[in-house]
Ligand binder design. Sequence first.
Ligand code: NAD
Length: 486
Amino acid sequence: MTYPLHPEASHFVNGRYLEDTTGTPLDVIYPATGEVIAHLFEATPAVIEQAITSARAAQKDWAARSGTERGRILRRAADIIRDRNHDLSVLETHDTGKPLQETLVADATSGADALEYYGGLAASLTGDHIPLGDGNWAYTIREALGLCVGIGAWNYPTQIACWKAAPALACGNAMIFKPSETTPLSALKVAEILVEAGLPAGLFNVVQGAGSVGAPLVTDPRVDKVSLTGSVPTGRKVYAAAAAGMKHVTMELGGKSPMVVFDDADLDSAVSGAINGNFYSSGQVCSNGTRVFVQNGIKEAFLARLAERLRGAIIGDPLDQATNFGPMVSAGQLGIVERYIAKGIEEGARLVAGGKRVDRDGFYIEPTVFADVTDDMIIAQEEIFGPVMCVLDFDDEAEALARANDTEFGLAAGVFTADLTRAHRMVQGFEAGTCFINSYNDAPVEMPFGGVKMSGVGRENAKAAIDHYSQLKSVFVRMDACEAAF
Ligand code: NAD
């Protein structure tokens, strides 16, 4: 590959790579082998200060440019990403351990989609003209927020960086992005490519580090907005810290989403949905449908077909394009998943597939299925964020909907049925921000994505994200004389 795995430096600030070796060392581990592939350093206060200063200095000029000009740069970056998709995918595979078979189609490409989409939208971002009668009128000016901070999770490092950067930059903001400390490599390439595409220095900066680097960014008074992708506990902390400064927030948090399979569903299609919604990226997807409710009449047929299809999982070297199931991102995440599997067994769920570590280096665990899971079990309530599917049984629609909604989370929900009216009725009843009918986990940039309840605030993607990266200034215009009581 063209890209060396070790980046030129740890951070990307003011249009170039920046190193500060006095920061806490940050080793990058390849999840497929456990080997250290890069030595980086967490951002020091001096690095954070440079990032904030350069972003603030660059933002006003950027916002003053025409949307057409901003959009052109984003679309150029999308083209560069597509041209280099293979190398970027290899890098993403090293960052995350996800199979190249996936990263080639779901990571840099989805980042490019976001840059292309918001690049196309940038020129049409306007306010409104509001006629008020008597010749008076008002208008609104759509303005950038200023400096936005993006904080990422480790499952989709390239995609998350682009899903935040593209709408932020299209609206005229600057962004400082802090990737997850587990997957720091990919976002640096996004920064490099944006500058190559013509983005002025300072508008997209990447600083590395854990929560201790994210926290001062969130509280800095020069920051206007925070967009976090992460877990609910982190979301609570970051939302509270941002609220103290009355900052705008977008919170893309965790879930324990339901997928409801009725007995009239196409069985193979439903099994595909369950596989996509539980085992893609080794189960490390926030919107996964990890509570699979299967109507009693087809439960055993569903489980039998699922077991058959699981034999198609090719677990191995993620760089081998035949591999379709890779390792967990880290030893820590593997440990969490192993503990949940042990808990499921202890709680009396029936282990029907997987459950064991794979006998090879790296952080591998088999795709795992529990049947006879009940709502009160911990494995049915808490987000595991690994390849553990819980299959629960149900009798009728009202019961399925009530149980599907009986969770603090509300990120996603899916339904498989041949009955069209029932599908839409279920979707109307789901307490979830993102729903799927006879499918699961599709996330095109044209469709808003996000959660309700504890799963988040705000939306990413589509035109909806524009409202979260811009604000309206209202202007009342009086055409006749202004009168007063005295
Ligand atoms: P995490 O919450 O541990 O960390 C997320 C990010 O927040 C990291 O970059 C971390 O360094 C940073 N962080 C931690 N404490 C912070 C603080 N006090 N201030 C500022 N930043 C802080 O999550 P994770 O383990 O990296 O990712 C997995 C979680 O992310 C899961 O819960 C998953 O569901 C969720 N997720 C959600 C979406 C979504 O779009 N809804 C997408 C992917 C992942």
